[in-house]
Design a protein around this ligand. Structure first.
Ligand code: PLP
Length: 504
């Protein structure tokens, strides 16, 4: 049960199920003697609150047309002292307003996020989904390819989408450029990554890959060279090709502790006059590297020396496992910021990729002007559900994300152990970020396309390594964002297929 200390009070959040009803509740207790002073039962059907002066239980219904959690938090924020007095504690010590606001924000998030059982995925329900991950391969294949998670979305996102449908709220959205989302983005990256940004530097767009395409079109010219750390997320390669730019490969190299940037080669490429852009991926897909501050400082130095511009895809920023931390490249200083377009979204970490919404931060005004030179209607309007879901994710859904990360960390360890013990010959560095494992099958002699082998022989759909560039030949990428039971089944199928091959 989440619990928060607030001066002389304890705030206890409960998620209850009561006679077919239920929902979040908040108990306000006096810390010294654990006496319950106030209780808010934000139930779905009959939300109400209690105050118990002298043991008399006064119960008041809440307005059923208002969000009961919102009402509770707003009421406590406005008049906690008055409510405590009504509960019989008129000389309660005064609370510092900033501490109260912080505690109420935490309480609100806890109330909006009931515990989730990530083990409880129903295979029949997954198979009935229409998304690419589950719908593409028919029959008995288990998909571990496209980077979607199998988990249900955070409750605040689900509730917001449901509210929109229930009230027919599918009209044109408020222009997101001027409104809440950029401010929410700025607050979030400040809090999570210590990155100070101005909301006016932020543009909302359809998705991150769109940002890459528009960025390439507007920040470079046809024929310019674009540097990327290969193997890399396939749309990077397509974007460079389809915009008529030239890929300048800077292949990652296997060091003792994992995939590393070849800085000598990067420096050489950055000095070549033809190369104008670094198309950067951090955390890196498919290697799962979260580049360290020291590595990023070297990248920034090379970029500035080579007078490059950077499109930095940081979509996996929220999926970094401790002790690694995400460091936005543009947060390293004004010189690198001025030449960097950073792309992020809530879609990957909160599992809402189908809602299509991305955010771009422009560290320099000139980058922004160029980007916006593509007319707004060519760039396209954003989806109102994507917008509201992203707001619900960033405002309220952090407890869900914390729980997902803990579960994914367990899966990451499970994969690491399984590969070491039961897939001999497969090489793998556990990722520092993302829910993707980059598996090297080259020693096993499966040929260039191990994912094809696994689809045919194991009925497991991985992403083929060579789709991430020629350096990926003989590799495959495994998506481990599923229940532990399904992950075990996927890995066991793979082990059996390899066994059958060696014994047969
Ligand atoms: C590195 C990277 N960038 C972008 C995307 C897709 O972003 P969007 O759906 O916003 O285009 C993905 C999806 O897996 C990704 O891994």
């Amino acid at each position: 049960m989440p619990e928060f200390a607030l001066g002389p009070l304890r705030l206890v959040v409960e998620h209850r199920s009561v006679d077919g009803d239920g929902g979040p509740g908040l108990r306000v207790l006096r810390a010294s003697d654990a006496r319950e002073l106030l209780r808010f039962d934000c139930f779905r059907r009959a939300p109400h609150w209690h105050v118990d002066p002298d043991g008399r239980d006064e119960m008041t219904s809440l307005d059923r047309f208002r969000d009961p959690v919102e009402w509770t938090i707003a009421t406590l924020g406005r008049d906690l002292a008055g409510l405590l007095a009504r509960a019989g504690w008129s000389d309660a010590p005064a609370l510092e307003p900033a501490a109260l606001a912080r505690a109420l924000a935490e309480v609100e998030r806890a109330m909006r996020n009931p515990p989730v059982d990530f083990d409880a995925l129903d295979l029949a329900m997954l198979r009935a989904r229409h998304g690419e991950k589950w719908a593409h391969y028919p029959g008995d294949a288990l998909p571990a390819w496209v980077a979607d998670m199998d988990f249900p979305q955070a409750e605040p996102i689900r509730a917001e989408l449901e509210r929109m449908l229930a009230s027919g709220d599918l009209g044109y959205p408020v222009n997101p450029t001027s409104k809440a989302l950029p401010a929410l983005f700025a607050a979030r990256v400040g809090e999570r990554f210590g990155w100070e940004v101005e909301p006016r530097q932020v543009e909302v767009m359809i998705d991150v890959v769109q940002g890459i395409y528009v960025g390439l079109e507007t920040l470079s010219a046809p024929g310019d060279g674009v540097i990327a750390q290969t193997p890399v997320y396939a749309p990077f390669l397509n974007a460079v090709k389809e915009t008529g730019r030239a890929l300048a490969r800077n292949p990652l190299v296997a060091g003792p502790r994992g995939w590393e940037i070849d800085f000598d080669e990067l420096g050489r490429l950055a000095r070549a006059p033809r190369n104008r852009i670094l198309l950067f991926c951090n955390p890196h897909n498919p290697s799962g590297r979260a580049f360290s501050r020291a590595e990023l400082e070297r990248v920034a130095e090379i970029v500035v020396d080579g007078d490059l511009r950077v499109i930095s895809d940081e979509i996996h920023a929220d999926l970094v496992f401790a002790p690694s931390r995400h460091v936005p490249l543009a947060s390293l200083g004004p010189e690198i910021a001025a030449r960097t377009l950073t792309l992020m979204s809530a879609t990957k970490a909160f599992n809402i990729a189908g809602l299509r919404l991305g955010v771009g931060h422009f560290g320099g005004g000139e980058l922004r002007e160029r980007f916006l030179s593509v007319p707004r209607h060519v760039r396209g309007g954003v989806n109102t559900m994507g917008l509201r879901a992203t707001e619900a994710a960033w405002r309220w859904s952090q407890p869900w994300l914390d729980a997902v990360l803990e579960y994914l960390d367990g899966n990451r360890r499970f994969v690491e152990r399984f590969v070491r013990e039961q897939l001999p010959g497969v090489r793998h560095f556990p990722p520092q970020a993302t829910y993707l494992a980059w598996l090297d099958f080259r020693e096993l002699g499966l040929g260039a396309r191990p994912a094809e082998f696994m689809l045919e022989r194991a009925r497991v759909a991985l992403s083929e390594g060579e789709s991430f560039g020629e350096e990926g030949r003989g590799f495959a990428r495994l998506n481990f964002a599923t229940s532990r039971a399904l992950l075990a089944e996927i890995l066991e199928r793979m082990a059996k297929a390899l066994d059958a091959r060696t014994s047969g």
